[in-house]
Design a protein around this ligand. Structure first.
Ligand SMILES: NC(=O)c1ccc[n+]([C@@H]2O[C@H](COP(=O)([O-])OP(=O)(O)OC[C@H]3O[C@@H](n4cnc5c(N)ncnc54)[C@H](O)[C@@H]3O)[C@@H](O)[C@H]2O)c1
Length: 279
């Protein structure tokens, strides 16, 4: 899809990091925007970066809440009609060895990272199919959706699920001869607020994992050292959308890690730690 002016983009997690950069670039392309986030201050900060005259609707939405995402779809339809680009992007992170992760860790991260995408697809795609206009769903997964990172099983499980969900969705929309494409975005580390994900963690699912901190410290360092900016990741994503690419893998080195995992599987040997030697 390359003619974006006047079309409609819905971006979850639009109040920070990558979602904010996608909003800036979609608005620069002349798109009308619906931005959703649990962080209303962040949404206002994103709004302030958009060109004067941009048509934008913002809404506080918890993407793990099916009814809230359904209401977002209604709001989008009433405000602008058809959705053309749906960015299921909101995401959060927890760390720690799998055996000390808590039920709350799993409920929170799977609720946002996986069910947020599921709700986005369930609430928006039927309307996109009915409308018949060309569209694209861009699900933000991660390189952690293609590899297995020690100390990140909760996050990796959520992102692997987003990758396979996206592949299934692609097959289904192709079989239905729908004019709707799918992309799955799999970046490695880049600098955003993801290392401070706890800022949006509901009190009812508060962290009690005693052993998460060491891994969280390492994550923060890796994010800070990220070679590509969120702006660049958003640019690469928009370029990939313009040529209808399914897998969007912005970082050099990510393919080698992915290939290593595939080779381990094919050759039936134990998994290689992609971060061995970096601890
Ligand atoms: N930054 C990285 O290194 C990296 C790498 C790979 C993938 N990702 C993915 O990129 C996406 C964007 O994250 P980011 O790096 O920009 O982080 P970020 O923390 O800067 O932005 C995430 C946004 O999601 C929002 N959010 C959190 N919970 C929500 C909920 N329940 N409902 C709605 N919104 C919610 C936050 O308020 C925040 O505005 C995520 O899916 C993340 O997993 C990030």
């Amino acid at each position: 899809m390359d003619q974006l002016a006047g079309k409609v983009a819905v971006i979850t997690g639009g109040g920070s990091g990558l979602g904010r950069e996608l909003a800036v670039q979609c608005a620069a392309a002349g798109m009308r925007l619906v931005l959703a986030d649990v962080d209303e201050t962040g949404l206002a900060e994103t709004m302030a970066l958009l060109p004067a005259g941009a048509e934008v609707v913002t809404r506080r939405v918890d993407v793990s809440d099916a009814a809230a995402v359904e209401a977002l779809s209604d709001l989008t339809y009433k405000s602008f009609g058809a959705t053309h680009l749906l960015f299921n992007n909101a995401g959060v992170f927890v760390s720690g060895p799998t055996w000390t992760t808590t039920a709350e860790d799993w409920n929170w991260v799977l609720g946002v990272n996986l069910m947020g995408v599921v709700h986005g697809v369930r609430s928006f795609v039927p309307r996109m199919l009915e409308g018949g206009e060309a569209g694209r769903i861009i699900n933000t997964a991660s390189l952690a959706g293609l590899t297995s990172v020690p100390g990140s099983s909760v996050y990796c499980a959520s992102k692997h699920a987003v990758v396979t969900l996206s592949e299934c969705l692609h097959h289904e929309l192709t079989a239905a001869r729908a004019n709707i494409g799918v992309s799955v975005l799999c970046p490695a580390f880049f600098k955003t607020g993801i290392a401070e994900s706890d800022r949006n963690r509901p009190q009812a699912l508060a962290s009690t994992n005693p052993d998460g901190e060491e891994y969280a410290r390492r994550l923060k360092a890796a994010i800070e050292a990220g070679r590509l900016s969120a702006t660049r990741i958003a640019e690469i994503t928009m370029e990939a959308i313009s040529v209808d690419r399914f897998y969007i893998i912005p970082h050099r080195g990510a393919l080698a890690q992915t290939e290593q995992r595939m080779r381990d599987i094919i050759e039936q040997r134990p998994p290689t730690n992609p971060y061995a030697g970096r601890d």
